[in-house]
Design a binder for this molecule. Structure first.
Ligand SMILES: Cc1cc2nc3c(=O)[nH]c(=O)nc-3n(C[C@H](O)[C@H](O)[C@H](O)COP(=O)(O)O)c2cc1C
Length: 383
């Protein structure tokens, strides 16, 4: 049966993914922090945004292309960085890099992914972004940049919304440790998920491959939800951003911004784009929904804005673009797709999102993505 008929929406992929991966992996992928108020708020705030349909535009095929950082992209969405992707589905980084290359959209590799930049160099398309968690040591920092550049990553993303680990209580409760240790409890969860277990048995247990080169550090005393990455990384400051700006020649994006004054200051430092994110509600449970802060950040900076957290389909992408974002990223969705359908999943998600965008742009009478305007009553989101 065609994938379209069985899995017409992301929610279908999400529920199938949950049935196919062990509980601790699901909890890692889908949990927020605290009582998950921010995660829920991402959804409810997006749902509050209405866009006014416009009629009598005749027949047209909407143009889904957009431009970002000097390049034209065929679609207005891409793949956000996810640490240990390869735990969620074996070889996820490679599959997602290939899916990104095939669709012509950005794929972002995390510092703490289960693949190192060089592991997937051959799989990268032209829009490969490397996401850095900031190493304290300057030599490690320079080495990471060189490795990313040599592997073919052109755009650097510095994530700044993890100044300290968050507690993610659901993950702790599920028995997940870092690195994942297959305790009898976790083995019992794995036994209930034969497809994941069979695929993982071929690949072996994943770990943070990029950090192998630097991991001569003591990991024994880490809390259960922390990992070797936390020993290497620091809480960056403005001087750190400046250092990276000077060191990286290509486009440089700062991810995890929620305040207009921070966006403005980053613009002054010479950053190329602001990535508004609350890390899908995984870091701070009193954070606003990202769509709530988007208008004030749009007003504060002329820089391109990348947007994420809670996006679940074409309507959400249009909402973000209408409110002032230039590009939209998704994190969990790609992993729901992979875990649900294996290697066919990401391409199916691209297809779903494309159809969803086309259908909804038809309702709006939007021939392209340049003139989407949100109704004026969304001033309510000005902070
Ligand atoms: C399991 C998981 C791991 C993540 N790991 C990282 C990471 O290593 N680096 C990073 O910058 N963001 C990370 N994020 C945040 C995503 O890049 C992105 O901001 C977020 O997932 C967007 O929200 P969405 O999942 O609702 O689309 C992670 C998110 C998830 C769900």
């Amino acid at each position: 049966m065609k994938l379209d008929a069985r899995y017409p929406a992301l929610s279908d992929l999400r529920s199938r993914a949950q049935r196919r991966i062990p509980k601790f992996v699901w909890e890692y992928l889908d949990s927020g922090t605290g009582s998950e108020a921010t995660k829920a708020r991402n959804r409810s705030a997006l749902d509050q945004i209405t866009l006014l349909p416009s009629v009598l535009h005749g027949e047209f095929t909407p143009d889904l292309s957009t431009s970002l950082l000097g390049e034209t992209l065929p679609l207005p969405f891409g793949i956000a960085p996810v640490g240990m992707s390869g735990l969620i589905w074996p070889d996820a980084e490679r599959h997602l890099a290939r899916a990104g290359a095939k669709a012509g959209i950005p794929y972002t590799l995390s510092t703490v992914a289960a693949a190192a930049p060089e592991d997937i160099a051959k799989d990268l398309g032209p829009h490969a972004w490397f996401q850095m968690y900031p190493p304290r040591d300057e030599a490690i920092r320079s080495d990471m940049l060189a490795r990313a550049k040599n592997a073919g990553f052109r755009t650097l993303v510095l994530t700044v919304d993890v100044p300290v680990p968050s507690r993610r209580e659901r993950q702790v409760r599920s028995g997940l440790t870092q690195p994942p240790k297959l305790t009898p409890r976790l083995m019992a969860q794995v036994a209930l998920r034969p497809a994941w277990a069979a695929a993982m048995a071929q690949k072996g247990m994943p770990h943070m491959r990029m950090l192998d080169a630097y991991a001569n550090v003591e990991t024994a005393n880490l809390p259960p939800n922390a990992h070797v990455g936390y020993l290497l990384r620091t809480s960056p400051d403005w001087a750190y951003v400046q250092w990276l700006r000077d060191a990286w020649e290509g486009p440089f994006i700062v991810k995890g911004v929620l305040r207009p004054d921070d966006a403005k200051k980053l613009e002054e430092l010479g950053i190329d784009a602001i990535w508004i994110s609350n890390h899908a509600g995984r870091q701070f449970d009193a954070a606003p929904a990202t769509i709530e802060v988007l208008p004030s950040i749009r007003a504060a900076t002329a820089l391109p804005i990348v947007f994420d957290s809670g996006v679940e389909g074409g309507v959400d992408i249009l909402r973000a673009l209408a409110m002032g974002a230039n590009f939209v990223m998704m994190g969990r969705a790609w992993h729901f797709a992979l875990a649900a359908l294996g290697t066919d999943g990401p391409a199916h998600l691209v297809d779903l999102l494309r159809k969803d965008l086309e259908s909804n742009m038809g309702q709006l009478g939007a021939k392209d993505l340049t003139n989407l305007t949100a109704p004026a009553d969304h001033d309510m989101f000005q902070l």
